[in-house]
Ligand binder design. Structure first.
Ligand SMILES: Cc1cc2nc3c(=O)[nH]c(=O)nc-3n(C[C@H](O)[C@H](O)[C@H](O)COP(=O)(O)OP(=O)(O)OC[C@H]3O[C@@H](n4cnc5c(N)ncnc54)[C@H](O)[C@@H]3O)c2cc1C
Length: 420
């Protein structure tokens, strides 16, 4: 049977793009079919009134091995947050009631300030150093082969106090996992912990969407078809939403779990629940705080869970003489935008005082399917489904950009090996 393309990749998120780039490097031009009006999947940036709004607050951990291998950091002009966080003191309405917890490995002069901060006990801080040593000893792949438990159980078993769990680990890693119960697998926690403490947390100068744009730029323009949802898959023939059929020697599904299951007729893996988040953006005439640290609120019943003045770190996110503030709220099933914004304004006035009345609301992104839940019971999914059928994406491994890139690369290697 003659086919139209050597490889068709369904979905141009980070996994699909990565796969296409590695195939291209090996001389195989794959066709990417993307349902949406741009590539990037969950990694996109909109420009609104001159502000760059990422679709949900999102950072690149520069220590990600797959990112180091694939991305050109210099061309992305990465802008780094300081490593650590400002943590809001509990039970206070006082403005400026912040404790800083700065990574002493990256800012050694902060070590004393961090050690005496009331975020946790002295023993907690020594345990953090011990945990860092332990997570660095293991080869990265082995981190995911340990018998996992939940992050919360892991922290308790490692002797951390409830105080540091509630004041630091829950707001910080709850913001990474997008779930506060810390039910996420301890293996993923150890991976993230190591990435945070050994590298930087950064955004590209022009927005997180610059990452998929960099990958798209390595492909020929005719390799990417936008607004092209795939409706059906029969053997190696795909039917698009407009009725067109295309065939390929190899078909790769770089879509979410539900779409992959629909196209293959397989069952959706049982762990496929999602965490959700809402990201609200505000414009301010001046930055409320120029410490370039994430601001965490341990009081999780609030509307403001995490806050970042993104333009302090990456000035290109805002027009001149303006600041861009991103506020993340986790766990809302549905969002009444007006009520949420009003609550955020009210809470932030207790944080920063009357200057908040000068802020302008820009837009909110409610993302009901932000991250595939990754619990101790989650099982990594096979990347090869049949002779010429493959799948990749964060949901097949663990929820991060690194996993999307890793599985995209691995599928490309399977095909290169077969064709080579
Ligand atoms: C708010 C938020 C914050 C995050 N924060 C971080 C972070 O700080 N650090 C980090 O590492 N990760 C973070 N992530 C996770 C990261 O963005 C994802 O792990 C990664 O982008 C997943 O890429 P993917 O290619 O696997 O899937 P997706 O990005 O979901 O791509 C799938 C693509 O398939 C397309 N598609 C689906 N069905 C079809 C069809 N039938 N036909 C054609 N196309 C189809 C979709 O339109 C989409 O473009 C965050 C995610 C969100 C949403």
């Amino acid at each position: 049977m003659t086919t139209d393309y050597p490889v068709i990749i369904v979905g141009a998120g980070m996994a699909g793009l990565t796969c296409a780039v590695y195939l291209k490097q090996a001389g195989i031009d794959a066709l990417l079919l993307e349902a949406d009006d741009a590539a990037g999947g969950r990694v996109r940036t909109d420009v609104v009134d001159g502000f760059r709004l990422d679709r949900g607050f999102q950072i690149l951990l520069t220590a990600y091995p797959e990112a180091r291998r694939l991305l050109n950091y210099t061309a992305l002009d990465l802008k780094g947050f300081r490593s650590g966080a400002l943590i809001r003191q509990p039970d206070t309405d006082k403005p400026n009631a912040w404790i800083s917890m700065v990574n002493p490995f990256q800012e050694p002069t902060s070590v004393f300030q961090t050690l005496v901060s009331p975020v946790g006990t002295m023993g907690d801080k020594l345990r953090i150093i011990e945990l860092l040593r332990k997570t660095q000893e293991l080869p990265l792949d082995d981190l995911f082969h340990q018998t996992p438990t939940t992050t919360l159980a892991f922290l308790r078993a490692n002797g951390f106090s409830e105080q540091i769990i509630d004041r630091f680990f829950r707001p910080f890693f709850g913001g990474v996992f997008l779930e506060d119960a810390l039910n996420t697998s301890s293996n993923f926690f150890e991976f993230c912990f190591r990435m945070f403490f050994t590298g930087g947390a950064a955004v590209p100068a022009q927005g997180i969407g610059a990452i998929p744009t960099q990958l798209t730029g390595r492909l020929s323009p005719d390799q990417l078809r936008l607004n092209s949802p795939v409706d059906r898959l029969e053997g190696r023939t795909l039917t698009l939403g407009n009725g067109q059929t295309l065939s390929a020697d190899h078909v790769i599904l770089a879509v979410d779990a539900a779409q992959a299951a629909r196209l293959t007729g397989h069952a959706i893996p049982s762990q496929q629940a999602f965490t959700h988040t809402t990201c609200s953006y505000f414009a301010a005439p001046v930055s409320p705080d120029n410490k370039q640290l994430l601001m965490l609120n341990p009081h999780r019943a609030s509307a403001v869970h995490n806050l970042a003045v993104v333009s302090d770190v990456a000035p290109g996110y805002a027009p001149a003489r303006q600041s861009l503030i991103s506020v993340s709220t986790q766990g809302l099933e549905t969002v009444n935008e007006e009520a949420l914004t009003e609550r955020i304004f009210r809470e932030l006035t207790t944080w920063f005082g009357e200057e908040v009345s000068q802020w302008r609301y820009l837009r909110a992104y409610h993302i009901p399917q932000a991250l595939p839940a990754y619990t101790p019971y989650s099982v990594h999914q096979p990347l090869q489904l049949g002779n010429n059928l493959y799948q990749c994406g964060d949901w097949t491994a663990y929820p991060s950009l690194n996993a999307a890139m890793q599985t995209g690369r691995q599928v490309a290697e399977l095909i290169i090996h077969k064709e080579g």
